[in-house]
Design a protein around this ligand. Structure first.
Ligand SMILES: CC(C)(COP(=O)(O)OP(=O)(O)OC[C@H]1O[C@@H](n2cnc3c(N)ncnc32)[C@H](O)[C@@H]1OP(=O)(O)O)[C@@H](O)C(=O)NCCC(=O)NCCS
Length: 335
């Protein structure tokens, strides 16, 4: 069996900055409320006048990751694309990247695991490399949330939290023992699916029916979140996934050099930091600047932390995520 290691990282966020004060002009909210509850100061939302979409942002991030890996795009054997907001209802984003990057006819797989999407995608990529099937896999997380949010006061509990952006990693075969991805741990609990979801349209209530009903109060095509319920589960599940990952490798929380939590809420990340007694320099957060970018959040944060020199050779890096489904998980990496 081979190991896999991250050989290249890249991210891209739209130029358009939307501050909390900007939001307070279109809905009943305040900078104070948003910062106090979530830690978010601003986020990026695609300016519809630009060419940014979930896939084009993914392409921009991927080009950087491939270049930094020292590989050529034709060296990539497979694409895994995590998103809940593909450009089209189907097909998914992976094939769009294969086309836009003018890659050979390699396989492309989409992962629909929302905020845990990147952790799931990285784990799938790791398995393909471990078995020897592929040598280099492009793993992407990208989201265009702004196109589908309710920007009226009705949607404020969700809309203020989410931002747009993309990140990409190249995962490559590594023959050094004890390096790269040490393990990944994935979980789900579908009984809570309706606590964080977008209900429609779906095959039981398709677009012609929605149009026929013509209900101006129909919220089914906007994301719904039971915030306090999600918060409560997130803090527990984040911690469990980290503990499981550490225990599987005979490690302790003191061994963590860098924790990259999914950027759901700064308060959740701070809770985890306190629980594991990690100093500020060991936890990387950027939700202040980007909000929650769902499948892109961990890979954008990982790339930024690496660019800032916060991740060094041999560091123990822990990725942990929780989100809709519910799904959650962790990936333990020896850098
Ligand atoms: C969403 C979240 C920030 C809301 O914070 P909260 O303290 O739980 O707030 P609540 O939802 O209980 O709402 C409290 C009040 O604030 C109001 N409110 C909600 N959004 C608001 C906003 N943007 N601005 C101002 N007031 C707002 C609510 O209407 C409610 O008012 P009421 O008491 O008069 O009914 C918090 O629950 C959270 O972060 N949950 C987890 C989110 C998460 O992790 N999501 C992603 C998982 S991947």
């Amino acid at each position: 069996m081979y190991n896999s290691k991250i050989s290249g990282l890249g991210y891209y966020v739209p130029d358009n900055i939307v501050t909390n004060n900007d939001l307070s002009k279109i809905m009943d909210t305040t900078d104070e409320w948003i910062q106090e509850r979530t830690g978010i100061k601003e986020r990026r939302w695609i300016d519809p006048k630009t060419d940014d979409t979930t896939s084009t942002m993914a392409v921009k991030a991927s080009k950087i990751a491939i270049e930094r890996s020292g590989l050529k795009k034709n060296d990539i054997d497979f694409i895994i694309f995590a998103t809940l907001s593909p450009d089209m209802y189907f097909p998914g984003g992976g094939v769009r990247v294969q086309d836009m990057l003018e890659m050979p006819t390699i396989g492309a797989l989409d992962v629909r695991n929302q905020c845990s999407g990147f952790v799931y995608a990285l784990s799938v990529a790791d398995q393909f490399i471990k078995t020897g099937m592929y040598k280099n896999i492009l793993v992407i997380g990208s989201e265009n949330h702004s196109g589908g949010l309710d920007k009226s006061t009705r949607g404020r509990g969700v809309t203020v939290i989410f931002g747009d952006g993309a990140g990409a990693a190249v995962l490559s075969r590594c023959e050094q023992k004890g390096k790269g991805i040490l393990s990944s741990h994935l979980y789900s609990e579908g009984k809570h699916a309706r606590e964080l979801m977008m209900d429609g349209p779906h095959t039981g209530r398709w677009i012609p029916e929605i149009l026929k009903e013509n209900d101006p109060n129909d919220e089914s095509y906007y994301p719904y979140m039971n915030g306090p319920f999600v918060f409560k589960h997130a803090v527990t599940r984040f911690s469990e996934a980290i503990v499981d990952g550490l225990e599987a490798n005979n490690l302790k929380s003191e061994n963590i050099d860098v924790l990259i939590p999914h950027q759901a809420n700064l308060r959740i990340a701070q809770f985890i930091q306190r629980k594991f007694k990690l100093s500020d320099d060991k936890v990387y957060n950027n939700i202040m600047n980007y909000g929650n970018t769902t499948a892109a959040s961990i890979i954008i944060a990982l790339t930024e932390a690496w660019e800032k020199g916060k991740i060094k050779e041999n560091d123990l890096v822990v990725l942990a995520a929780f989100g809709a489904g519910f799904t959650w998980g962790s990936v333990i990496i020896r850098w």
